[in-house]
Design a protein around this ligand. Structure first.
Ligand SMILES: *Cc1c(COP(=O)(O)O)cnc(C)c1O
Length: 388
């Protein structure tokens, strides 16, 4: 089936079938895991399809096709981690270039920007992109890239992808959207005008907390060529087994996302009326600043919730140790529910003053709501809150 044919299909059908074909020799329905570093060539420099597994591998190629199809994009590239995919995008830049990025980002994205790329002469302005006017204000003549995360991590702010992509395009800059929290099931940034989508496939796409991976999707042939060159030149590629695990995870993505969203809505509802909770960040709540934009831009509100207690930072840390169904751990997007304290864990690499200025409170708690029974998740948080 051509990729165009598959684009016309429903998302659940794409999730099961996109990018994969029965193996032609044996008919195996599952994509083989091609554990090979090299490929025999019939004549010098006349490789059939693959020559060396840093450059390309059939299991990886299937994953790249699948992710591209899910995002409604033309090209996919798979990486060894979300950070390796982010690194590839930043390597499009040169010394002297400037980037406008959200001020509420995955901690590792902030770290690679400020601790790695800034050393090489790339400068960054971090702005609250949930108001697109802030992006416009932060542009300079050297701005080559606009980087957004929506919903953002960990405050679940919503940025208008179409508005920001337009601002970037009119300025001659690329726009890149980290779509890890939403997944292509909930939102497709390329259709809204973004140039590049990045993923940590470690999270919802893999979905089972058993693999680390990343991906990029783009429509432009030129961008694909430049990013594939960087992928091969730098070498942050995933192994075939990792690609198989992400491909398997993708098959159930819409089912899992529906259940994540159900659980998150139930949990957010409990937290929003709980006397010990001061503030809840969840785009599905009608009083969330990005609620109407999220309704327009996303299919559903996703599985991430963060909140602040009406108490001390110590109470919040204590809460993280009192849950029984939610496990205290970093990461997100797996089938099991997780609880964490971003200021000391996932966002510990951001200086406290910078963190606070971006609205990330010292007592913030973040939940990755899994696919367990929503009633059990609500009961677990109720008992944990009662214990502090
Ligand atoms: C986890 C994460 C990353 C980094 O991905 P890794 O797979 O851990 O390297 C980037 N962006 C977001 C939004 C993430 O949650």
């Amino acid at each position: 089936m051509s990729s165009e044919g598959k684009d016309a299909q429903g998302f659940a059908t794409l999730a099961v079938h996109a990018g994969v074909e029965p193996e032609p020799v044996t008919g195996a329905i599952m994509t083989p895991v091609f554990f090979t570093s090299t490929y025999v060539q019939p004549e010098p420099a006349k490789a059939k399809a693959f020559e060396y597994s840093r450059t390309g591998n059939p299991t990886r190629a299937a994953l790249e096709r699948a992710i591209a199809a899910l995002e409604g994009g033309k090209h996919g590239l798979a990486f060894s981690s979300g950070m390796a995919s982010i690194d590839a995008v930043l390597r499009l830049l040169s010394s002297g270039d400037h980037v406008v990025a959200g001020d509420d980002l995955y901690g590792g994205t902030y770290r690679i920007a400020t601790k790695v790329y800034q050393r090489f002469g790339v400068s960054f302005t971090f702005a609250n992109t949930s108001d697109a006017a802030n992006v416009k204000k932060a542009l300079r003549k050297e701005t080559k890239l606009v980087w957004i995360e929506t919903p953002s991590n960990p405050l679940l702010r919503i940025t208008d992808i179409a508005a920001v992509a337009k601002i970037a395009r009119e300025h001659g800059a690329l726009s890149c959207v980290d779509n890890t929290f939403a997944t292509p099931y909930l939102q497709r940034p390329l259709a809204l005008g973004a140039d590049i989508v990045t993923h940590s496939t470690t999270k919802y796409l893999g979905g089972h907390s058993d693999v680390v991976g990343g991906a990029l999707v783009m429509n432009s042939d030129d961008l694909r060529a430049r990013l594939a060159f960087l992928q091969n030149a730098v070498g942050g590629v995933p192994g075939p087994m990792d690609c198989f695990l992400v491909l398997r995870g993708i098959k159930t993505l819409p089912l899992r996302m529906d259940q994540h969203a159900k659980g998150a809505a139930a949990v957010a509802e409990l937290l929003s009326r709980h006397p010990k909770v001061a503030r809840v960040h969840f785009p599905g709540l009608p009083d969330h600043a990005g609620h109407s934009l999220a309704k327009k831009q996303m299919r559903n509100f996703g599985g991430m919730v963060s909140f602040e207690l009406d108490g001390s930072v110590e109470d919040g840390k204590k809460l993280c140790t009192r849950t029984k169904v939610f496990s205290l751990a970093e990461s997100l997007g797996g089938v099991e529910s997780l609880i964490e304290h971003p200021p000391s864990m996932t966002h510990g690499s951001i200086e406290p003053a910078v963190r606070r200025a971006a609205g990330l409170a010292d007592g913030l708690i973040r939940l990755s709501v899994g696919i367990e029974d929503p009633a059990d998740l609500v009961a677990d948080l109720e008992q944990a809150l009662a214990s502090i």
